[in-house]
Design a protein around this ligand. Structure first.
Ligand SMILES: [Fe+2]
Ligand SMILES: [Fe+2]
Length: 267
C-alpha cells in the first residue's frame, strides 16, 4: 500500500466498513425532532435553509482545502483533498435542490430557527492557519460527528420531500466517512493523547454552542422586551406630548427680554 491514492481508497473502505458503528443522532438532536420536523415542513424555509447549508458546505470545503495546503503529512493532505471535494459536492447538491424548490416557492420564510437547526457541521467555526494536525483532526471529527447526527434527523423528518431526503441520505454517507477517517487519523498522529485532544475540542464546541444558543435567546428576548416597551411606554408618552401641546400658546408670542437679545450671536 505505497500508493497514496490506494491508501485513501483503503481508508475509505475501512471507514465505511458495515461492522463499524455508524453515527446515531444524539439524545439532544432526537429530542428536537418535532421542532426539526416543523422547521423543515415549510417549503420556503426549506429553500432558505438549503441555500445556507450549501454555503456552509462550500465554505467548509475551502477551509479543508487550506488544511490540505498547510499540513506536512502526505496522507492527511490526500484525505483532506478528498474531504474538500466531498464538501464542495455537498454544497452543489444543496444549492441545486434549493434552486429547484425555489421555482415553486413563495418569498416569506419567516422564522428560520438557525440557532436550533444550524447548517450541518459547524465547520464555519474552523480556523485553519496556526492549527496543528491533531487539533484540526479533533475539530473535524467532532464537526463531522455532529453533522452526521443532525443529517440523520433531517433525513428522517423529510418524508414529505423524497428528493431532499435522498440528498441528506447521500451526504450522510460521506459525513460518516469523514467522521471515521478523522478519528482513525487522530489516533495515528497522536496515539497516546488523542482522547485528551478530543475532550479539548469538545469543550471548545460546547462553549461555541452556548454562545450560539445565548445569542438566539437574546434575540428573542430583545424582540419581546422591545415589543412590551412599545406598548407600555408609547401610550403615556403620547398622552404627555398631547398635554404639553395643549399648554402651548397658538401663534407668535413675545420673547422675554434677556441676554439673548443680540442679533450678532446665537446665545
Ligand atoms: Fe458535508
Ligand atoms: Fe463532511
Amino acid at each position: 500500500m505505497t500508493n497514496p491514492i490506494s491508501q485513501v481508497e483503503y481508508l475509505w473502505q475501512l471507514a465505511m466498513d458495515p461492522a463499524r458503528p455508524h453515527e446515531r443522532p444524539t439524545a439532544f438532536d432526537r429530542m428536537l425532532t418535532p421542532l426539526h420536523r416543523w422547521i423543515w415542513s415549510d417549503a420556503d424555509r426549506r429553500v432558505q435553509k438549503l441555500f445556507r447549508f450549501g454555503e456552509t458546505e462550500s465554505d467548509g470545503g475551502r477551509d479543508i482545502l487550506r488544511a490540505a495546503e498547510v499540513t506536512s503529512d502526505p496522507l492527511l493532505r490526500r484525505l483532506y483533498l478528498e474531504h474538500a471535494i466531498d464538501e464542495f459536492r455537498h454544497g452543489v447538491l444543496f444549492r441545486h435542490r434549493a434552486a429547484e424548490l425555489l421555482k415553486s416557492s413563495r418569498s416569506n420564510p419567516g422564522f428560520q430557527g438557525d440557532w436550533l437547526a444550524p447548517g450541518g457541521h459547524g465547520l464555519d467555526d474552523l480556523q485553519v492557519d496556526g492549527e496543528s494536525d491533531v487539533d484540526m483532526l479533533a475539530f473535524l471529527h467532532l464537526s463531522e460527528k455532529a453533522a452526521a447526527s443532525r443529517f440523520t434527523v433531517y433525513r428522517d423528518v423529510m418524508q414529505h420531500d423524497p428528493p431532499t431526503r435522498a440528498i441528506f441520505q447521500e451526504i450522510l454517507h460521506d459525513e460518516t466517512f469523514h467522521m471515521n477517517y478523522t478519528l482513525t487519523q487522530l489516533a495515528r498522529v497522536e496515539p497516546k493523547r488523542h482522547r485528551y485532544h478530543l475532550w479539548r475540542a469538545r469543550l471548545s464546541r460546547l462553549w461555541k454552542t452556548y454562545l450560539r444558543l445565548a445569542s438566539g435567546i437574546a434575540g428573542i428576548l430583545g424582540s419581546l422586551f422591545l415589543t412590551i416597551q412599545y406598548f407600555v411606554l408609547l401610550a403615556p408618552f403620547a398622552w404627555l406630548a398631547k398635554r404639553a401641546a395643549r399648554r402651548e400658546q397658538l401663534g407668535w408670542t413675545l420673547a422675554s427680554a434677556g441676554p439673548s437679545d443680540s442679533l450678532d450671536r446665537q446665545y
